[in-house]
Design a protein around this ligand. Structure first.
Ligand SMILES: Nc1nc2c(c(=O)[nH]1)N[C@H]1C(S)=C(S)[C@@H](COP(=O)(O)OP(=O)(O)OC[C@H]3O[C@@H](n4cnc5c(=O)[nH]c(N)nc54)[C@H](O)[C@@H]3O)O[C@H]1N2
Ligand SMILES: Nc1nc2c(c(=O)[nH]1)N[C@H]1C(S)=C(S)[C@@H](COP(=O)(O)OP(=O)(O)OC[C@H]3O[C@@H](n4cnc5c(=O)[nH]c(N)nc54)[C@H](O)[C@@H]3O)O[C@H]1N2
Ligand code: SF4
Ligand SMILES: [Mo]
Length: 693
């Protein structure tokens, strides 16, 4: 802790923390704390090589949330109907006793797999969202949750292509001469990559974006390419066609480090630029130009983000795009390659941390695995056993899960026992039988991986927890006691847990200890020697069994998404517009949805002028947006930032802040992606009409 007296009248301490929000940047924070323990200013750590002294707008204001009068401070028991939001304060003992008693009863009557945890990355912390909670549910024998809601299609695509889930370091983008922002809203969702792009451009790099929406980052690009939602696989095939036809690939790299190239050559023959253009909406000459520049302007880096894999063909899209730097040998170069995620380099000892072996005690086997994306189906249709208890933390499924009407029908079931650990009274918390108040990341110890860089970080509490808030770790530890779980792992301190997870024996983790983390707080993984760039596939070394990149051309195929302009004709006749509900700028999924300014940002629907005129819609009109699954109201904005046939709204609003208590997820479907079982939020056909005032 540094002291920073001087011109401040009150003695100020500067404490270090880490932003735990679900963001690739995983920033190192500094917070000013006065003698009374009150935080007064949050800023980015200037010494952190990625944070570089600045924060995004949403977290610069995080202290407003920290001290908000809307924070949940005490355990609550529901007194009204599910969803009404009427609750009464109870004590921790009452709350925990009741939860333990209900879980025991459900496990005895229906088997423990009738209990379902539901969590995602409200905190990215290993202890808070991937630690004591997992031990608890494993010991209980609860159903396991397949955490697919965000990135599993892209993860599967990347693994299919490269065999591991990591890629180019953000720091290396400064050396690029051509950067493609592909399905990546960099200024909103990954702002700490931006300075490296600026540096590259200062040195002459070109920067292009490929996205169905021209976001702010698209306006700042040298060129923006509009693409129809969910058609990236076709664009990648078209680019490969040109690169191969014009012999722009790196023949030596391909010969040494890949397998199945000849079959790939035959496969991509049919995907001419003209054909790819029809499917994607990108002009044929632009596809040729993109392919030529990508292959010849060196080094060229691709920043792929998860936006492009939230669609029916998302897995194949990521897989095929990941072949581009393989074909051109771009992995050899600093400033080349591709980044979708870096998370696969953080090889913790998750067996120590999460103790999957504990499932043997209750079940004698692994518990069933349920995919979180179609939550409505899980709650309404799962049998043998049905879901009788839902335990939610670090997620707000009533706002963020697809097919919201189905989710709500499930949450409303009388016999379902629901527990929600939360910081705010979310829509999901409104359906809970018991609500437990959670600490924020400024108030508990945790360890963080990153999915946009290679620094492992640790945070200690910087601020005291208000009211009776407790961390998930404390809560699951207490619940374990009440359930009678006697294993020593439920007695472990946070530090014990950290030691266990760092004991991974992976070379990337060598020399990383709790003591070192305590001292340094942020440690670059051992991915390359000091001062050297990390070039993971410069010499092949793919994560496949053969160590080569295997094209397996026979498994490459492309079909237009069902919910798209080239998809199901009957559906399209009723709902001709493609809705993309991508990320908002000033919030984090639904996390700051309680704020009025965020609600306003997420209440817009952008339409192309021709689509608006055809429907008699003008800027500022209230519109109803609907399909076979539901409808909601938004306010029209008429712009050429979307192509004809595409409408867009920033996601996701708190349903209960909108007049009809619905957000866009009433429209999105429970259909899954081609790989990885992910949700298909961005392939969603709708119609829009002007609504009365
Ligand atoms: N400000 C802010 N930052 C965030 C978040 C937030 O809610 N707000 N959420 C966090 C989370 S959970 C995640 S997963 C990351 C995601 O980070 P990103 O992937 O960058 O964000 P998205 O908005 O999902 O998608 C990025 C872009 O992909 C575009 N896109 C949609 N469909 C397609 C398609 O089919 N093809 C192509 N090429 N592009 C497409 C969208 O229009 C969008 O502009 O951001 C994190 N950071
Ligand atoms: N239409 C549409 N839907 C989407 C998306 C989209 O782009 N469009 N994006 C999808 C994606 S990529 C994602 S990742 C999901 C995100 O969906 P969620 O993972 O549900 O993320 P948030 O909406 O940010 O909600 C996280 C909640 O966790 C709580 N929380 C934070 N820290 C803690 C803690 O320490 N303990 C506990 N108990 N709670 C905590 C916060 O208060 C917040 O309410 O949404 C998905 N849904
Ligand atoms: S949300 Fe992302 S950019 Fe903002 S402070 Fe957190 S890690 Fe940094
Ligand atoms: Mo996400």
């Amino acid at each position: 802790m540094q002291r920073n007296g001087g011109y401040h009248r009150k003695e100020m301490m500067v404490r270090q923390s880490v932003c735990a929000l679900d963001c690739p940047d995983c920033c190192s924070l500094l917070i000013n704390v006065d003698e009374a323990g009150r935080g007064s200013r949050l800023r980015g750590n200037p010494e952190h090589p990625i944070t570089r002294g600045f924060l995004c707008g949403k977290v610069a204001k995080y202290l407003e949330r920290e001290y908000s009068t809307e924070r949940l401070l005490y355990p609550l028991r529901r007194t009204g109907a599910k969803g009404d939001g009427r609750f009464a304060r109870i004590s921790w003992d009452e709350a925990l006793d009741e939860i333990a008693e209900r879980l025991k009863r459900i496990a005895a009557e229906h088997g423990p797999e009738a209990i379902l945890p539901y969590s995602y990355a409200g905190s990215m912390g290993k202890l808070i969202a991937n630690g004591m909670d997992r031990r608890f549910f494993h010991r209980l024998g609860a159903s396991r949750l397949d955490r697919t809601i965000c990135s599993s299609a892209g993860g599967a695509g990347l693994l299919a292509a490269l065999g591991v889930k990591y890629g180019t370091e953000p720091e290396q983008f400064r050396h690029s001469k051509l950067i493609l922002g592909w399905g990546a809203n960099i200024l909103a969702t990954n702002v700490h990559l931006w300075p490296f792009i600026v540096e590259a451009r200062r040195n002459g790099a070109r920067f292009y974006t490929i996205d169905p929406i021209k976001q702010k980052v698209g306006e700042l690009a040298d060129r923006h390419f509009f693409i129809y939602p969910g058609t990236d696989a076709a664009l990648a095939l078209g680019m490969m066609h040109v690169i191969i036809r014009e012999k722009l690939y790196d023949a030596e790299y391909v010969a040494r480090y890949t397998d199945g190239f000849e079959e790939l050559v035959r496969k991509v023959e049919e995907f001419t630029p003209a054909q790819a253009s029809t499917l994607t909406g990108v002009a044929a000459e632009d596809i040729v130009m993109l392919a030529r520049e990508y292959a010849t302007v060196r080094p060229a880096a691709i920043r792929l983000n998860y936006g492009m894999q939230r669609s029916e063909r998302g897995g194949m899209g990521v897989r095929l795009i990941s072949y581009l730097p393989v074909l051109t040998g771009s992995w050899r170069e600093a400033g080349g390659g591709l980044q979708l995620s870096t998370s696969g380099a953080f090889v913790f000892n998750d067996a120590n941390l999460q103790r999957p072996d504990l499932q043997q005690i209750a079940l004698g086997r692994e518990a069933r695995l349920l995919n979180m994306a179609p939550l409505g189906q899980l709650l309404n249709e799962t049998r043998d056993p049905a879901v009788h208890a839902l335990f939610v933390y670090c997620s707000n499924p009533a706002a963020i899960a697809p097919d919201q009407n189905s989710v709500r029908r499930g949450l409303r079931r009388d016999e379902l026992f629901t527990v929600v650990i939360e910081q705010m009274q979310t829509d999901t918390a409104d359906f809970a039988d018991i609500v437990l108040p959670s600490t924020t990341f400024l108030e508990h110890t945790d360890v963080y991986l990153a999915y946009g860089h290679y620094y492992l970080q640790m945070a200690r509490p910087a601020l005291p927890a208000p009211g009776e808030c407790r961390s998930n770790v404390e809560i699951f530890r207490e619940l374990a006691k009440r359930m009678g779980f006697a294993e020593p792992c439920f007695e472990e301190s946070e530090d014990d847990m950290i030691r266990g997870m760092l004991d991974s024996r992976h070379p990337f983790f060598e020399g990383i200890t709790l003591e070192r983390l305590e001292r340094e707080r942020s440690i670059r993984l051992n991915i390359s020697s000091e001062g050297e760039p990390f070039l993971p596939f410069a010499n092949g070394n793919f994560g496949t069994a053969s160590g080569k990149c295997e094209f397996r051309a026979e498994t490459i195929q492309y079909e237009p998404p069902v919910e798209s302009r080239h998809g199901d004709g009957r559906l399209r006749a009723r709902f001709p517009l493609e809705l993309v509900s991508a990320k908002n700028h000033n919030s984090m999924n639904s996390t700051f949805g309680n704020r009025d300014d965020v609600d306003e940002e997420t209440a817009w629907l952008t339409l192309h002028p021709e689509d608006a005129t055809a429907r008699g819609i003008a800027e500022g009109d209230r519109v109803r947006i609907f399909n076979q699954r539901g409808s909601c109201f938004l306010t029209a904005r008429v712009r050429e930032s979307v192509p004809r046939g595409v409408v867009s709204t920033p996601s996701t609003r708190w349903p209960k802040k909108s007049p009809d208590r619905q957000n866009v997820n009433v429209l999105t479907s429970q259909r899954l992606t081609d790989m990885g079982g992910g949700p298909t939020f961005y392939n969603c056909l709708v119609e829009v009409e002007r609504a009365g005032d």
